[in-house]
Write a protein that binds this ligand. Structure first.
Ligand code: DGJ
Length: 347
């Protein structure tokens, strides 16, 4: 009997020893299919991560029904919505469902929605999601807002929002005839500063990356705006790192690989420095989507989408590429380092 108990104790100790993973054991492994903890492929493309308390929330687009890259009006209804996953360590992700369901009617029901990002507003105690909706005609390519009481949703769409963009000039087809109107936004992202002010960072339709100050409830643009990165950029990301504000964006290449350009300022609404480049090899065959400053390690994580890799016939299988970004606030030089495998919690 006694022998049995000792045996059990040893077994439990061995199991505990092997299950006690520490931060040192956490590795981001690039150039691989990423599965959630239930063994399913993670579908959270062109998105971003928010940290609320001690949990990371990864929001992103689901392309399971649009593997050939259908978007806009023809893909309406195929789009299931914006997915959300949670994790404590940035590596083991649990699928929490659709945070923003595709709407049956009203704003957002006639096209597809992309590039969702979420902030928590302390004043209203609401989670605020900004995303961009794409159909075919103006005002269809617009910034949109949804809110929820919970970070995993369900988010409720409030509607589209005008931005500080004075006008958009880019006309690509007859469909774009009425596109050149004020308040436009295409690819977008959000950024919350230490003083609780938040900003919308977006492609203004003329392919500039603009930064707008949001209202205190984060639900509207104040239309106080600045061009941070001039033409031609999309897929914007913004972060405060080592006391400076960095605004980055990709080239305008659709779902093809592009370098990552950036500009720096001491203030969120500028003035911004000249344009520089932080990547090599077309950002190792990817496009930027977001930044995350990992509080525990002080490491700046750059999130990128390796579109059509490894399967050129399946957009949804596209790999995620997460890499550390270094920055020298004196010289204002930022560099992304390519690492196949790395630990985001130790320097
Ligand atoms: C622009 C975005 O930046 C890309 O990621 C992709 O969504 C294309 N639009 C689709 O054409």
């Amino acid at each position: 009997m006694k022998k049995n108990r000792v045996g059990k104790l040893i077994l439990v100790s061995i199991l505990l020893f092997f299950s006690c993973k520490t931060d040192k054991d956490i590795f981001i492994v690039n150039n691989a299919d990423w599965l959630d903890i239930d063994g399913k492929l993670i579908s959270a493309h062109d998105g971003g991560i928010s940290q609320f308390d001690n949990t990371f929330y990864w929001y992103g687009s689901d392309y399971r029904n649009t593997i050939k890259g259908e978007y806009g009006k023809p893909a309406a209804k195929l789009n299931p919505g914006i997915n959300v996953y949670t994790s404590k360590d940035l590596v083991n992700w649990k699928y929490k469902g659709i945070a923003l369901a595709y709407p049956d009617s009203g704003w957002g029901s006639n096209g597809t929605s992309h590039r969702a990002h979420v902030l928590y507003n302390k004043l209203t105690k609401k989670y605020v999601m900004w995303f961009f909706h794409y159909a075919t005609r103006y005002p269809d390519r617009m910034a949109s807002v949804a809110v929820s009481d919970s970070p995993v949703g369900p988010f409720k769409i409030l509607g589209f929002r005008e931005t500080g963009a004075p006008e958009a000039y880019e006309k690509r087809s007859e469909d774009d005839e009425r596109f050149g109107s004020p308040g436009c936004a295409q690819d977008l992202n959000v950024f919350k500063d230490d003083d609780e002010n938040a900003y919308l960072v977006y492609d203004d339709g003329s392919r500039n990356i603009r930064v707008d100050l949001l209202t205190d409830d984060y639900l509207f643009s104040t239309k106080k705006t600045v061009i941070a990165l001039g033409k031609r950029h999309e897929a914007p990301a913004m972060i405060k790192f080592k006391g400076k504000y960095l605004v980055a964006g990709s080239g305008v290449e659709g779902w093809s690989a592009t370098e990552t350009d950036y500009a720096v300022s001491s203030f969120p609404l500028g003035p911004y420095s000249k344009q520089m480049c932080m990547s090599e090899n077309k950002t190792w065959n990817s496009q930027i989507t977001s930044f995350l400053l990992i509080k525990k390690s002080g490491i700046l994580l750059g999130m990128f989408d390796q579109w059509w890799v490894p399967d050129s016939a399946n957009l949804n299988r596209s790999h995620y590429l997460w890499l550390p970004v270094s920055f020298d606030p004196e010289t204002e030089i930022a560099k992304i380092s390519y690492l196949k495998e790395w630990n985001p919690f130790t320097k």
